[in-house]
Ligand binder design. Structure first.
Ligand code: ATP
Ligand code: MG
Length: 311
């Protein structure tokens, strides 16, 4: 017997719900279109991404590929045009203004590249960390907030900056204080958009170590957008974004001798689409179409040029 329309719909909904299962971050066919002066820019064009709770993930990609757009969506700052975006069970497309505020205050913490954007200039590091707790009405009384702020600064290696005002700290110290601010309300997820972009390599390393500490010791999921190889080579997973889609993933694991092995994969979406690396395509002059051949353990991809000659 043929299924009824409602049975088909129920099946489709079930399959949809199953994608990503209980992943901490689920982006399914995420689309973000910006309209400015009648021109449309498709910043995210059907992006799929799954991140588990407690992962430390780097996002890399060319300028304009959609990295900041993705982070803005995940932080609840921006609302996508279509698709699914879910963090810790919260649907980021359908939440009310009130839920959005609660989400931004206590589920997610954000660190900008521009150090000046992360902290208030006229107050001390400790007061900067206390502020989000005060705003959210969390963290108990003033004494408890003060204590927690001190502990977080200590954990991130900037305990000695507690009583310094923002201009009295280096860029790297400010970014580590910014991580403490982001952690103040015990978020489940920290998002950082090029947090080391304005820093030299030594200072970058300290900021990255602080993020890693938040991840390892507090169990917070951390997603870092970065151009910095120092950062992207030290995480377990690097996700590459190209033209508004996840295109590649590099997974790192230790082999038997403890050497880190990096393996690069192309991302395959649910209907079988994948992006070939641009340099591979250029090397074999592949364009428009390719010939595929199924082998017992792999699929061959050949350029579809003229028919092979006999010699
Ligand atoms: N507010 C906006 N209005 C219109 N277009 C935008 C807006 N924000 C981003 N875009 C466009 O969306 C695309 C993706 O931008 P996005 O900022 O996400 O890139 P990115 O990967 O973060 O780049 P970068 O590495 O330079 O920071 C770009 O084409 C950009 O011009
Ligand atoms: Mg950006």
């Amino acid at each position: 017997m043929n299924p009824t329309l409602s049975e088909l719909e129920a099946k489709a909904t079930r399959q949809k719900a199953a994608f990503g299962g209980d992943a901490h971050i689920v982006c399914d066919n995420l689309v973000r279109i910006y309209k400015t002066e009648g021109v449309e820019v498709v910043a995210l064009q059907g992006l799929d991404l799954l991140i588990d709770k407690g992962e430390l993930v780097a996002i890399v990609g060319a300028s304009g590929s959609g990295k900041s757009t993705l982070l803005n969506v995940l932080s609840g700052l921006d609302v996508p045009t279509a698709g699914v975006a879910r963090v810790a069970g919260t649907d980021l497309l359908s939440m009310s203004a009130r839920d959005r505020l609660r989400y931004r205050r206590s589920v997610v913490g954000f660190i900008w590249q521009q150090t000046a954007r992360n902290l208030l200039p006229y107050v001390t590091a400790r007061e900067n960390v206390e502020l989000p707790m005060k705003l959210a009405g969390l963290g108990g009384g003033a004494g408890a907030r003060r204590e927690r702020a001190g502990e977080l600064l200590e954990l991130l290696g900037v305990g000695d900056c507690a009583n310094r005002k923002t201009p009295e700290m280096s860029g790297g110290e400010q970014q580590r204080v910014a991580i403490a601010v982001a952690l103040a309300n015990s978020p489940q997820l920290i998002l950082a958009d090029e947090p080391t972009g304005e820093l030299d390599s030594e200072t970058s390393e300290q900021v990255f170590d602080a993020l890693r500490k938040a991840n390892r010791e507090l169990g917070v999921t951390v997603v870092i957008v970065t151009h910095d190889p120092l950062v992207s080579e030290q995480v377990d997973r690097t996700v590459g974004i190209r033209d508004g889609r996840t295109s590649s993933e590099t997974l790192r694991r230790a082999d038997a001798e403890g050497q880190i092995i990096a393996e690069e994969y192309a991302v395959l979406d649910r209907v079988g689409r994948l992006q070939l690396p641009r340099d591979f395509m250029n090397a074999l002059e592949m364009e428009r179409r390719v010939r595929l051949e199924l082998e017992s353990d792999h699929i061959g991809v050949w350029p579809a040029r003229e028919e092979p000659s006999d010699d």
